[in-house]
Design a protein around this ligand. Structure first.
Ligand code: BES
Ligand code: MN
Ligand code: ZN
Length: 487
């Protein structure tokens, strides 16, 4: 599939199809008004006689219309003008992409910009929607082979529009990468697979990759991470990716991704029904790695580090046990009260490790707690953030990328008390059924380098769609890329 920008008018563009949008109550977009005049009122007539419904997302293809250059004229319903918003734009674009198999399709996107958005926003989102892979087990190359061309018709060609197209394409490819890795079964997507995937990124300019194997992880003192890994015969990997897009003196932005390639719960074994989808417990890692790759490929002028602790969480004769006490990288002792609360343990060491880079900010991404489902459902990521500026940056990036998220409380005396242990500095779980996501964030906060702006995204309910045909969503890849671009 090819996407092109072309500065022409809808009257002269030469494609096999042209899509024109029509709002309800006979409100025409400029292109529809032009088509309407060219075909002498045929559109209004079709609406009046009930042959075309202007409700959002409805389409009809007309062929060989008088006065229209293109062989096909696609009418696209945009619904009520007063209801038209970002979500309506997404639906309209989806319908436009499905309406015709014509080789070349012209889309006058300027007609469909939602309120308070720009043509750049519309172009970026269009590219993202057009190039995002829908089937679960295909990589991005497959989709790109088809020979469709979409011409985004704009009044005036601008550098900013070309850039928006490029960024939209990059975000779509990154989403496809993340989905592809996340959808892979756990016997393929192992810690070593993630490490090899990371190693391939060493080909990108200004990228360096370091893979720490089990001995190296022990050498570093990441005992919380090792404790989780020790119940599996599949060895852990700690993946460290560096991209230097700015001068060395600039403090880096660090992304940390939870990379549990399978979460059986450990000795606190999950019931079978809760385990089936636990190959997705590395969605945080997939999102961070995919975003990192896109950022580096785009050559962003930022210093970025990605850290991925990757291992399995299984029961075994030498698995870590409830009641074990382990010393994390930052010296704090942890009482393991539940081996299924493993994500926070591997993240604890990775967050503490980030201290050595004196980062400007840290964002971690993790499928951390089932409790997110009760708190926010499956649309909003849970956001936990210790710094108002970083909070604002995350919320702005979320707005631009249409990645719903919601800030929740954590830290403070109430939550800290829930994590008290009589044998260690901190317990790894709180009381059952009491603010599980906030308690988990409070645990993580104990391992964040002092004074560092930090945000934690709990994506347990947003990273994949559950059910008979589960599928990764690729979220929050666009959010991460957007945050780094604007940080
Ligand atoms: N990976 C799970 C969280 C999860 C559960 C994500 C369901 C998506 C769907 C995590 O490691 C876990 O098991 N969390 C426990 C924590 C509990 C033991 C305090 C949970 O949420 O039940
Ligand atoms: Mn678990
Ligand atoms: Zn887990």
């Amino acid at each position: 599939m090819q996407l092109k920008i072309c500065a022409q008018s809808i009257e002269t563009v030469q494609t096999d199809a042209v899509v024109v949008g029509v709002f309800s109550d006979g409100i025409m977009t400029p292109s529809a008004a032009y088509a309407e005049a060219a075909c002498e009122g045929a559109i209004t007539e079709m609406i009046a006689e009930g042959d075309f419904d202007t409700k959002l997302g409805s389409t009809i293809v007309l062929r060989d219309m008088e006065g229209i250059w293109s062989r096909r004229l696609v009418l696209l319903g945009l619904g009520k003008l007063e209801d038209y918003d970002d979500d309506a734009f997404v639906q309209a674009v989806g319908a436009a992409l499905k309406a015709t198999k014509a080789q070349t399709v012209a889309l006058p996107l300027e007609d469909w910009i939602p309120p308070a958005r720009t043509i750049e926003w519309a172009v970026e989102h269009f590219a993202r929607l057009a190039l995002t892979q829908k089937e679960p087990l295909k990589c991005d190359e497959v989709e790109l082979i088809d020979d469709h061309t979409y011409m985004v018709v704009v009044e005036e060609e601008k550098k900013s529009i070309a850039k928006a197209l490029k960024i939209g394409q990059a975000k779509a490819r990154a989403v496809n990468d993340a989905k592809y890795w996340a959808n892979m079964p756990a016997n393929f997507c192992t810690p070593q697979f993630l490490a090899e995937t990371a190693m391939k990124m060493a080909d990108i300019k200004h990228v360096t990759v370091k893979i720490h194997d089990e001995d190296a992880i022990r050498e570093l003192g990441m005992n919380a991470f090792l404790a989780v890994a020790q119940g599996s015969r599949v060895a852990p990997r700690f993946i460290e990716l560096h991209y230097q897009g700015a001068s060395k003196s600039k403090a880096p932005l660090v992304m940390v991704g939870k990379g549990i390639t399978f979460d059986a719960g450990g000795l606190c074994l999950k019931p079978g029904a809760h385990m089936t989808e636990m190959k997705y417990d590395m969605c945080g890692a997939a999102a961070v790695m995919a975003a990192f790759k896109a950022i580096a490929k785009l050559g962003m002028k930022r210093n970025v580090i990605a850290l991925i602790p990757a291992c399995e969480n299984l029961p075994d004769g030498i698995a870590y046990k409830p009641s074990d006490v382990i010393t994390a990288l930052n010296g704090k002792t942890i009482e393991v009260q539940n081996t299924d609360a493993e994500g926070r343990l591997i993240l604890a060491d990775a967050l503490a490790y980030a201290a050595r880079f004196e980062p400007r900010a840290i964002v971690d991404v993790a499928t951390l707690t089932g409790a997110m489902g009760v708190a926010l459902g499956n649309h909003h990521h849970g956001l936990f953030v210790n710094d108002p500026k970083l909070c604002q940056a995350m919320e702005e990036a979320a707005d631009r990328t249409m990645e719903a998220l919601w800030a929740l409380p954590f830290g403070g005396r109430y939550y800290k008390d829930l994590l008290k242990s009589n044998v260690a500095d901190i317990a790894n779980i709180g009381p059952r059924g009491e603010a599980g996501a906030s308690v988990a964030a409070t645990f993580l906060a104990a391992f964040v380098p002092e004074g560092t702006p930090w945000a934690h995204l709990d994506i347990a309910m947003t990273a994949w769609k559950s059910g008979r045909m589960p599928q990764a969503t690729g979220r929050p890849v666009p959010l991460l890329i957007d945050w780094i671009a604007n940080a």
